[in-house]
Write a protein that binds this ligand. Sequence first.
Ligand SMILES: Cc1cc2nc3c(=O)[nH]c(=O)nc-3n(C[C@H](O)[C@H](O)[C@H](O)COP(=O)(O)OP(=O)(O)OC[C@H]3O[C@@H](n4cnc5c(N)ncnc54)[C@H](O)[C@@H]3O)c2cc1C
Length: 517
Amino acid sequence: MGKLVQLQLSPEEARNDDAIRLRLREQFGLSDATQFVWRKRSIDARKKDIRINAKLELFEKGEEIPPIPTPNYHPNVQNAPEIVIIGAGPAGLFAALRALELGLKPFIYERGQDVRSRRRDLAKLNKESIVNPESNYCFGEGGAGTYSDGKLYTRSKKRGNVQHALETFVFFGADPDILVDAHPHIGTNKLPQVIVAMREQILKSGGEIHFEHKLTDLHVQDGKLYEIELNGKIRKETRALILATGHSARDIFYLLHEKGLRIQSKGFALGVRIEHRQELIDQIQYHGRVNDDFLPPASYSLATQVNERGVYSFCMCPGGIIAPCATEQNEVVTNGWSPSKRNNPYSNSGIVVSILPEDLGNPEDPFVCLNFQKEVEKACWKAAGSTQKVPAQRLIDFLNNVPSESIPRSSYQPGYECLNLNEILPPLIAQRLQKAFRQFGKSMPEFLTNDAVLHAPESRTSSPVQIPRDAESLSHPELPQLFPCGEGAGYAGGIISAAIDGMKCLDAAAHLLESTS
Ligand SMILES: Cc1cc2nc3c(=O)[nH]c(=O)nc-3n(C[C@H](O)[C@H](O)[C@H](O)COP(=O)(O)OP(=O)(O)OC[C@H]3O[C@@H](n4cnc5c(N)ncnc54)[C@H](O)[C@@H]3O)c2cc1C
């Protein structure tokens, strides 16, 4: 390992290797022949003099720079013991890749389409308001992560696992900058290629992926899962099942409940997606440096407490687009994505209120949060005309409790209706949002502008249901062959944490196979 040094650079210096060499010479007396590699990069924009914090690793002239570690996949698992994985989101895909590392054969069943075919369904959703319940922004190859922003930031403290997940993304084609940036990001235009490369690896090594195969039943005998049913007719024997179906697979929650398997309600967050001009966010965050060639489009992170519940920004997308993320026809849901260059003129973010089961009624009812989520999504759908249009309102009009006469512009393609969100969103959400926006305006006064537009609802922030699992075996306490995994089961909140949970569950399932063979 080379020597690590830290530098504070101007944005211009950070993009210029000669300028960095000069700083290394001036500050550390190093010769210009010294090689350097970026190890961490973050932006400090608290003051007008914006700084780039750089952590660099130094190597002597001619010294070999270690390559980025690559995963080691078994070349042929065709006849190896099988592990069945439901869902090809980040949790399911990383579980499958981990199986290849361990020399096991992954069988993935995915209800949606491959990334390419999925794109056609997204076009129909955006242009014709047609929701395909099996193929949309949440369902299909790559899961909810494929057409997302691809932010790879996680609060997970398990650095080794995070690093391995990031290196895996790089191995499959992501920009190596994601290993360096404090807030790494891939972009919707690049994620599908990465997902396809993962699929090709799984197939090349002898694993299997079956699209348009939906898990519809579990067959249990004497407390043991021995077989699953797909599409209501196909049967597949299994000794270990990784259930990585994401937070929108409501039918899976209902299925487990019907089977008498314990599930429980889980707090989540719900609110609106706000859109500003990106120029305004740059102006605020970069002290007037707008459209700067040396700085990426600015983001923000806001959080406050209102009446004992957190209200915070969620999945902020600089230079992004608001996407219709419903999974059924009679609901509307918003979320956001951005391309790798983040070069759209809009910036959007969820502003959401934390909700606990006890806020909504009987916390023992496993569906108390899910039902609330459904009711809000349906109410918004109905209010805006029963298409994929969403109710929208300018921010100051929302604070003044009057519907907007018009909306300046919106990146949300299916359209909107000008409505008063105070009358559509439940008071426990609307009232907290009102107070929170006023508080955000104290630290960022320009944020409170009537040019900002709220779109409702932002409701799929995390799973409203938790599928319990044993802390050690990671399997369901009542069904040892079932491994609830990823965001849908309540153990992840984003691409990287879902990927890490997928690998973890695979290890646990492999342990079960080994101990029972
Ligand atoms: C528009 C958008 C933008 C986002 N942006 C980001 C971001 O920038 N960064 C970030 O970290 N996170 C982001 N997220 C969230 C992120 O995508 C999820 O946290 C992550 O994908 C969860 O991974 P998962 O594998 O647990 O579940 P999912 O990705 O939801 O995958 C579950 C998969 O299971 C399949 N499935 C469901 N039911 C069945 C069944 N019965 N049978 C077979 N298959 C089934 C689904 O089709 C899906 O492919 C975004 C989400 C969306 C929708």
